[in-house]
Design a protein around this ligand. Sequence first.
Ligand SMILES: Cc1cc2nc3c(=O)[nH]c(=O)nc-3n(C[C@H](O)[C@H](O)[C@H](O)COP(=O)(O)OP(=O)(O)OC[C@H]3O[C@@H](n4cnc5c(N)ncnc54)[C@H](O)[C@@H]3O)c2cc1C
Length: 335
Amino acid sequence: MSRGILLYAQITKSGYVHPVFFELASKAQELSKKLNNEPIIALIMTTKGNTEKFKEGFQKFGIDKVYALENERFENYISDYYITSAVNVIKQIDPSVILIGATCEGRDFAPGISTALHTGLTADCIELDINEKGQLAATRPTFGGQLMATILSKKTPQMATVRPNVFKPLEEDVVKDTEFVYPEVNLDGIEERVKILNFIKGIENERNKLLDAKIIIAGGMGMKNAKGFEMLEDAAKVIGAEVGATRAAVEAGIAKRNMQIGQTGVTVTPKIYIACGISGAIQHIVGMENSDKIFAVNIDKNAPIFEHCDCGIVGDVFEVLPEMVEFLKKINENI
Ligand SMILES: Cc1cc2nc3c(=O)[nH]c(=O)nc-3n(C[C@H](O)[C@H](O)[C@H](O)COP(=O)(O)OP(=O)(O)OC[C@H]3O[C@@H](n4cnc5c(N)ncnc54)[C@H](O)[C@@H]3O)c2cc1C
């Protein structure tokens, strides 16, 4: 019988385990308890000897067993090598659940695996749970984000991808006596169809500052124009925040694309999220609802954002914001 929650530990170009792995490891602790303590297993694919430097991380993040596939051809992600090797080892492990970060690499890797294993894949989940029958209940937006669908898989392994920043990493170490196994990797007969010539680091590849921000002040169409966003930038400087935006503001050209938060933007989890002139459409909410404390300023008392915030202020953002900044300036040192 299939058993175990398998997590893919992606190694980034900068040579570290992608943070989404630790977020999944945190969620996996909860899922494992609901699955009669099924083991949490990590799969890492890297060059020879490289697993060694990540050992402590696996031990502290509650991983029971690590399958380390090491080969010089794993220096760069190449679908054919990665998917074929992973599928071979996954067949031996026979896990009940596989979770993969919805990174650029994960979005290629996960469907490749599910196709080869003839199983389903629920992509871009925003919540994972185990139902009363012990099945993975994977929730994701559907119908353009108008509805949330909880999807069950008819087959095992039950696979899901989750975007970075949806779950929070463990706050305290869960130290385990992790077992490391190094299965043999045989890439013979896999045709070399892709050759990586060079990596060019573009602006898009730089880590978005919103992902690590402790305070985010985000604006929507209620900020009216670029001048309104300048006001947010000024406020952000004072309180040490990053500025985010809704898709409507981005499309109106009053905010930059890399500021977009939500279903088609980034997912953020700051300690404080201040929504200014944002209506609270579900596509925006899914990208910020896991913030610790949410403040909202909106002139319309019926705006849906008020259903999702800890503190809501009905008022004109151009009057409320300056006063709010003064207040936050005072408590900033304690955050
Ligand atoms: C497939 C799909 C994906 C999407 N992805 C995203 C996404 O990733 N992120 C995202 O944000 N959206 C996304 N959207 C768009 C989303 O549905 C909404 O249209 C968008 O979030 C609305 O942005 P908004 O709140 O800025 O604008 P509006 O809905 O126009 O709201 C503006 C708000 O400002 C308030 N306001 C006006 N003047 C003031 C004032 N002076 N003071 C205070 N408040 C004021 C108004 O009362 C109103 O509530 C997506 C939509 C689809 C279909």
